[in-house]
Design a protein around this ligand. Structure first.
Ligand code: CA
Length: 424
């Protein structure tokens, strides 16, 4: 039976709306109060299955003599390659099946191998050598272009030919739950003569997904669009925090810098491309046809429902946007082929953001910039709270899942709370 078979059931209880059924098996790095040593686990229902325990017990011996899971990051496991990823997925799926007695009936091993997710502290699961952020939602690029320029020239002429991206800052990628410090920087109002220095007054989120490079390429050896997906290990949710006032002043001519460098949050569980395989769909029609090095065919998009919620201080979270990853104009294969076509190398653990994922209507937009039309149309929550941009102590939560028949392959969530800026 394939690990993706919808009929598979685990002996671990999995609620119908859980993000982590046996068909998912995402990888993360965690510690528990009983064991402060970071190690690798998979999420199943509301539990974490400790793969280092299974490995030590001889139930997950993927590379003889080599410990892959008693480690603080996933990089060594990912480095073993696709064949090892597949064998791990099959072995873990087998061990968790309802009808397999090996782990199910070994109470002592089970007690060591499982921890409730509520007791686990999740860590950044990867060493991330490089981070690139694309700009692949046509609706987002159009919305932002309309505000920063004018609606007649919203989409720049290169956008329909080039999967636009910039090199981001890997050092400030943080895991869900890490507080986000409001940045200080230079801003300049359009009517002002001089720029000012101070804390950003237009702090925003960006609802994105990101993929993790699992097989890198050498300098000078591009990845072809046809083989690009085999280089990808998995995906996470990503919040590309953005200071719009700093961005608007600094972004010409080289693109964003300090407006994006202060923090990028990712969800702790990496959902593998193998688990997402059943949810591939046709992406939007690409017109004009992409240049030959970017030509793809067949279902290259992924049907992943996404939501953003905002929790003002002391208030419950309210959903402020619902959208879908399947609407992205440029697909992952095209992004990776374009990234490397110059000869640029990529490395295991490199993170590639999708760009903000937006639809055409405000309630499907992945940033406050778009939802509030650059602060001109405040967002009103049910309890009457109004927001133009994020305020101190606001918490922003992203979640997302692919919906199967009677089960969900989900990403959990990525959350971050805004902390007041440092004073100078
Ligand atoms: Ca972005």
């Amino acid at each position: 039976m394939s690990p993706n078979d919808p009929k598979l059931k685990s002996f671990v209880a999995v609620a119908r709306d859980s993000h982590f059924p046996i068909q998912n098996l995402p990888y993360g790095v965690f510690t528990t109060p009983a064991n402060y040593s970071p190690r690798i686990g998979v999420a199943i229902g509301d539990q974490v299955l400790d793969l280092s325990v299974l490995e030590q017990a001889g139930l997950l011996d993927l590379v003889p003599g080599e410990r892959l899971f008693n480690r603080p990051t996933l990089n060594a496991f990912i480095e073993r390659g696709r064949d090892t990823w597949m064998r791990a997925r099959t072995a873990i799926s087998d061990l968790l099946r309802q009808e397999n007695a090996r782990l199910r009936d070994d109470a002592r091993l089970r007690a060591r191998a499982f921890a409730p997710q509520s007791a686990a502290k999740m860590l950044l699961p990867l060493t991330i050598p490089g981070y690139t952020d694309f700009y692949s939602s046509k609706a987002h690029a159009t919305n932002v272009g309309s505000m920063f320029r004018d609606s007649a020239h919203a989409l720049l002429p290169n956008w329909l030919y080039v999967p636009i991206a910039y090199n981001g800052r890997a050092s400030s990628i943080v895991v869900s739950g890490t507080p986000v410090l409001r940045p200080n920087g230079q801003t300049k109002r359009p009517d002002a003569q001089q720029p000012l220095f101070g804390s950003s007054q237009r702090l925003d989120f960006e609802l994105e997904m990101a993929f993790v490079v699992g097989v890198g390429n050498a300098l000078g050896e591009p990845i072809s669009v046809g083989t690009a997906l085999s280089h990808v290990f998995g995906m996470v949710l990503m919040n590309d925090w953005s200071a719009r006032d700093i961005q608007q002043w600094e972004y010409i001519p080289l693109g964003p810098f300090n407006s994006k460098t202060f923090a990028t949050s990712i969800s702790p569980w990496i959902v593998t491309m193998d688990a997402l395989e059943p949810f591939r769909i046709e992406g939007p029609v690409q017109n004009p046809a992409p240049l030959p090095y970017l030509e793809t065919s067949g279902p290259q998009a992924y049907d992943i429902h996404l939501e953003a919620s905002l929790a003002p201080p002391g208030k419950p979270a309210a959903t402020i946007s619902r959208t879908n990853f399947g609407t992205m104009y440029w697909n992952i294969a095209q992004q990776l082929a374009h990234h490397t076509v110059s000869g640029c190398n990529t490395r295991i653990g490199d993170l590639m953001g999708s760009g903000t994922i937006s639809g055409a209507s405000p309630d499907s937009c992945g940033s406050l910039l778009e939802i509030t039309a650059n602060g001109t149309r405040p967002l009103r929550l049910q309890d009457g709270t109004e927001r133009k941009f994020l305020e101190d102590d606001d918490e922003l939560i992203l979640t997302g899942w692919a919906q199967g028949k009677d089960y969900r392959v989900g990403f959990g969530e990525v959350r971050g709370r805004i902390v007041a800026a440092r004073s100078f």
